[in-house]
Design a binder for this molecule. Structure first.
Ligand SMILES: *Cc1c(COP(=O)(O)O)cnc(C)c1O
Ligand code: SF4
Length: 363
């Protein structure tokens, strides 16, 4: 675990939360009987300052208990795990769950079925089994360390884990998925940055959902990581009543690139049981993307993506610009005017450079 000082700075019981935000206790207790509760003192202060968009993300709501549509494991992760806590869905990459805790539990979490509960067992044996699987599956060159939140591990355990992953020659890139820069920025210390720096190429994808989460503390945390040479991305979730507004997301993405975080994905919310009240339609997401593509620097534009129910993987969702594709491509520009592009190669053009012989001739 992280140091006592940081660890003790959490709200973990309905009573503490009811007191802190002047809420009635019973609904919190009812939800807490089913799903875990944790809010860092830091994020609690942000909730007090900025209200509903942050409140909804972290405070238990009775709506979590009346969800008849959602699925326990919407991405079929358990069936795609060759060993517990390692999801192998794509040939070249794997998702390795190494910690079952987070600094603040998001009410919309895709792994709500297990994160922060006793259903998620992570110990030396599961970590060892995951490492063994990575070592004997050399098609995997990219490992995503997630959880829960891997940065809730102690510096020492994280160091040991990264060293073990780096010892596998077939692993080229290591990615860490963490919400800590947003929910517990004090966890990002110079010492942690110095440890992470030893394991390059190492990437971090963090998770901010609202412009008010991009604080001076978050900026300091991200600067420490970026100065350690770690490219930073962001995986935002599109959430009803939180950020389902073009201008809100535009401001969030502007603020992120100012703190050197590149928006990577904007996720359509998964069909997770207990989180259906957060889901927008795909139409809302596409309309937001249509606005952003015309009005936001490409540097700050994420890919809007849907993770296929049943474990089919992520697909990009893009507003419909293409009208027809044959001898010409007919499309609508982002301002809405029609345009065409001739879809033919020059009769005397080069051979396609797919073959190996071409390369030989060149060298
Ligand atoms: C999202 C995900 C990945 C990574 O996908 P990218 O598109 O490369 O970011 C890998 N494995 C699993 C199981 C995932 O859910
Ligand atoms: S930080 Fe990520 S893993 Fe943790 S509760 Fe939030 S969405 Fe789930």
């Amino acid at each position: 675990m992280v140091s006592d000082q940081v660890y003790n700075s959490f709200i973990t019981t309905p009573r503490q939360l009811a007191q802190a935000l002047d809420l009635s206790l019973e609904p919190l207790e009812a939800v807490h009987a089913v799903y875990p509760l944790r809010i860092s003192r830091y994020y609690l202060e942000l909730i007090k300052q900025h209200g509903l968009p942050l409140f909804r993300q972290a405070v238990p709501d009775l709506l979590e208990l009346s969800d008849a549509i959602g699925l326990d494991d919407p991405l079929d992760e358990e069936n795609l795990s060759p060993v517990p806590n390692l999801v192998h869905k794509y040939p070249d990459r794997a998702l390795f769950l190494v910690c079952n805790e987070c600094a603040t539990y998001c009410r919309f979490c895709t792994r709500k079925r297990k994160v922060g509960t006793k259903n998620m067992v992570i110990n030396e044996a599961t970590i060892h089994a995951g490492l063994e699987y990575l070592a004997r599956t050399p098609t995997i060159s990219d490992v995503l360390i997630s959880g829960g939140d891997p940065l809730m591990l102690s510096d020492q355990r994280l160091d040991r884990l990264l060293r073990a992953i780096r010892a596998i020659p077939s692993i080229a890139t290591i990615r860490i998925g963490t919400r800590v820069p947003c929910t517990l920025p004090a966890r990002i210390t110079p010492r942690l940055a110095a440890i992470l720096k030893r394991y390059h190429p190492l990437y971090i994808n963090t998770h901010f959902n609202h412009p008010t989460e991009v604080t001076a503390d978050a900026a300091r945390a991200c600067t420490l990581l970026a100065d350690a040479g770690i490219p930073l991305g962001c995986q935002t979730v599109l959430l009803r009543g939180v950020n389902d507004c073009p201008q809100t997301l535009q401001l969030l993405f502007y603020r992120l690139i100012r703190i050197r975080v590149k928006p990577y994905y904007l996720f359509q919310a998964d069909l997770t049981k207990g989180s259906s009240h957060f889901r927008t339609t795909v139409n809302t997401g596409l309309a937001i993307m249509h606005y952003l593509i015309g009005n936001l620097t490409g540097m700050a534009l994420p890919t809007y993506a849907l993770d296929a129910p049943g474990g089919g993987g992520k697909i990009p969702l893009t507003p419909q610009y293409v009208q027809s594709l044959d001898k010409t491509l007919d499309f609508i520009t982002c301002c809405g005017s029609p345009c065409s592009y001739p879809n033919q190669t020059h009769p005397d053009s080069f051979q396609s450079s797919v073959g190996v012989n071409e390369k030989k001739n060149y060298t």
